[in-house]
Design a protein. Structure first.
Lengths: 129, 129
């Protein structure tokens, strides 16, 4: 058996607020200057953004918690060849740009969001260029 | 309360075999032609790579299952401004290139790996360019 039988559990570090209430409204991918949102971090994780600067890019790792986890193929293509949120483990990655950070480090204002409102955030990362 | 109290559970779709047995051996980031590895998919997920072509890039979403999950800052920087595997939810993203795919779609040979051997794989995605 070369695959892992165990599962992994992750606790969100925060949540992202966006203008998109359902998937018909959300852009297909992020990156648009017009699409603004805010990550709100749980207080215990704010030390994790020490050094984060407005104007820099940030990869937001989030859960498409309303996506269908039972889809493996759509329109003749495997989901692992796409970025559709519908997939067995609906973990999404959106490259955003930081606009502002609140003094208490709880709120990170972003441009380029494509998440549904209230999506759970698992991680933030510096992009590779 | 604007953060999600619930946790999310993910079951690996497979595992990645690489030459790296500990983090001193693994490259800091992927992308090197010299670093070859293989994702072995669990049989029930092979339909998810229909249409995947050798020569294309693929983002591998994997768990750094041996990383320290209690780190928030290192060398004066928050972990969310880095790509270190040590972070509360050690979900990593490595951009690889597909070399070959086995006929049964179980094995995807890759270049550019940086994972430790036997790391669990949660997802595969087409990169955004």
């Amino acid at each position: 058996m070369s695959t892992h039988p165990r599962t992994f559990e992750f606790r969100p570090i925060g949540v992202v607020h966006t203008p998109f209430d359902d998937s018909d409204e959300a852009p297909r991918q992020g990156g648009s200057e017009a699409d603004r949102g805010t990550v709100v971090l749980a207080e215990e994780y704010t030390a994790g953004i020490v050094g984060l600067e407005p104007g820099t890019e940030l990869d937001v790792i989030w859960v498409a918690d309303r996506a269908d986890r039972d889809v493996l193929e759509a329109r003749g293509r495997g989901v692992f060849t796409t970025r559709s949120p519908a997939r067995p483990n609906p973990i999404c990655v959106t490259r955003c740009t930081v606009r502002a950070i609140s003094d208490d480090r709880r709120r990170i204002d972003l441009v380029g969001v494509d998440m549904l409102d209230e999506s759970p955030v698992l991680d933030l990362k510096a992009p590779i260029h």
